[in-house]
Design a protein around this ligand. Structure first.
Ligand code: CU
Length: 200
């Protein structure tokens, strides 16, 4: 192999490695509000914002959001835009699931015990779920614009897996707090860490 050919092959391999490279972005959200704990806030989602012209396929997994004992279970679910959710009725009574949250609004109609409906959520944002029969049934789906998201644990920790290397806008969402955004650079491989202050 000539020297130049060897260089060319190496360059192609390097590009291939870069295209397939991904890293984990781990970190922690911190709350500096006197008298308030993270656990008082309900779900907090950390996610990578979408960049114009960059489309990433949603996860193929189809999580389930059940209707059980006249409640949505789980009551909160985070998914990626384009991902589908199965909504089985595990009760012995009829339920329906609907939402007014535009542009993800929908109405699955009434369906019986043991039946299920599956729905794809195409648009990022918050989707509030209700049942037309049971006023007490409330659920929520957060649709992340990218597949890189996590719901923080009770200690505020999160892990965004398989994030492409480069500069990203990292955003947080919580129902009670203003959204935050900060920019970070994810290295070509390995794990990077980020601290996010929820209240500047
Ligand atoms: Cu119901």
């Amino acid at each position: 192999m000539s020297r130049w050919r060897a260089v060319a092959v190496f360059a192609v391999l390097a590009v291939a490695a870069a295209a397939g490279a991904e890293s984990d972005l781990r970190g922690r959200v911190l709350l500096d509000l006197p008298g308030m704990l993270l656990s008082d806030l309900g779900p907090i989602v950390v996610y990578v914002a979408a960049e114009p012209g960059v489309a990433v396929a949603p996860p193929a997994a189809i999580p389930s959001l059940h209707q059980k004992n006249a409640a949505f279970l789980p009551g909160f679910l985070a998914i990626a835009a384009g991902q589908s959710v199965a909504m089985p009725n595990d009760d012995m009574i009829f339920h329906n699931v609907f939402s007014y949250s535009k542009p993800n609004d929908f109405d699955l109609g009434l369906y019986a015990a043991g039946e299920s409906r599956t729905l794809a959520f195409k648009h990022p944002g918050v989707v509030k779920l209700y049942c037309s029969i049971h006023e007490s049934m409330n659920g929520m789906i957060f649709v992340s614009p990218t597949p890189y998201f996590d719901v923080v644990d009770s200690g505020g920790h999160f892990a965004l897996r398989g994030v492409p290397p480069g500069k990203h806008r990292i955003r947080t969402w919580n129902e009670k707090l203003p959204d935050t955004e900060q920019t970070t650079t994810v290295p070509p491989s390995g794990v990077s860490a980020l601290e996010i202050s929820l209240v500047p």
